[in-house]
Design a protein around this ligand. Structure first.
Ligand SMILES: CC(C)(COP(=O)(O)OP(=O)(O)OC[C@H]1O[C@@H](n2cnc3c(N)ncnc32)[C@H](O)[C@@H]1OP(=O)(O)O)[C@@H](O)C(=O)NCCC(=O)NCCS
Length: 163
C-alpha cells in the first residue's frame, strides 16, 4: 500500500511579475491570466502529491476581490486540502504585491479538483493524505464536505440532463 503523504510534501509557492501582455489596455491583468496561473499552481501541487498525470475536473466559483496591475508580482500558494479515491481538492490563495512598496493584497482564493490518471487516461487511486496541523485538519474536513456537495450537484445535473 502507498504511504500516506503530508500536505507539506506537495505544497507550492510560485510568483510571477505581470507584463503588458497579461493585461488590457488600461493595465488591468486579465482574469484569464490569473485563472491559468491558479490552474498551473494547483496542477503542480496535485502532481507532487500523486506523481502521475492529472487533469483539472473543476474549479469552484472564482471571485476577483481586487484588481491586479501590470508591474505587480502575483504570488500563488497551493496546497492539498482533501483527497478522495482518485481526486484531490487543491486550495489556491492569490496575492498581489506592489514590488516597490512591499504592500500585499489578497486578490483571489479558489478550490480546484484534480483527478489522477493512469497510462490509459483512466482515473487511478491517489495516495491518502495525513493532515497534521489544526489548519490542515480543518481544511481536510471542509474539503470533504465540498467534495460531497459537488458529487450531489453532479448527480442532480446528470439526472436533469438524462431524465
Ligand atoms: C475528470 C474526469 C477524468 C473524470 O472522469 P469520470 O469518468 O467522470 O471519472 P469518475 O466518475 O470515476 O470520477 C473520478 C473522480 O473525479 C471526481 N470528479 C469527476 N468529475 C468531477 C467534477 N466535475 N468536479 C469535481 N470532481 C469530479 C469524482 O468525484 C471522482 O472522485 P473520487 O475518485 O475521489 O471519488 C473526466 O471527466 C475528464 O477527463 N474530464 C476532462 C478533463 C479536462 O480535460 N480538463 C482540462 C484540461 S486538464
Amino acid at each position: 500500500m502507498t504511504r500516506k503523504k503530508t500536505v507539506c510534501e506537495s505544497r507550492l509557492e510560485m510568483a510571477q511579475v505581470m507584463f503588458p501582455s497579461d493585461a488590457n489596455q488600461a493595465g488591468n491583468v486579465h482574469g484569464g491570466t490569473i485563472m491559468k496561473l491558479i490552474d498551473t499552481a494547483a496542477g503542480i501541487a496535485a502532481i507532487r502529491h500523486c506523481r502521475t498525470n492529472i487533469v483539472t475536473a473543476s474549479m469552484d466559483r472564482l471571485d476577483f476581490y481586487k484588481p491586479i496591475f501590470v508591474g505587480e508580482l502575483v504570488i500563488l500558494r497551493a496546497s492539498i486540502n482533501y483527497v478522495g479515491t482518485t481526486s484531490m481538492e487543491i486550495g489556491v490563495r492569490v496575492e498581489a504585491e506592489e514590488i516597490m512598496t512591499g504592500k500585499v493584497r489578497h486578490t483571489n482564493s479558489a478550490y480546484l479538483t484534480m483527478v489522477s490518471l493512469d497510462k490509459n487516461r483512466k482515473p487511478m487511486p491517489v495516495p491518502e493524505i495525513a493532515p497534521q496541523t489544526d489548519g490542515e485538519k480543518r481544511r481536510f474536513k471542509e474539503g470533504r464536505a465540498r467534495a460531497k456537495r459537488r458529487r450531489e450537484l453532479r448527480k442532480k445535473r446528470n439526472n436533469t440532463d438524462n431524465p
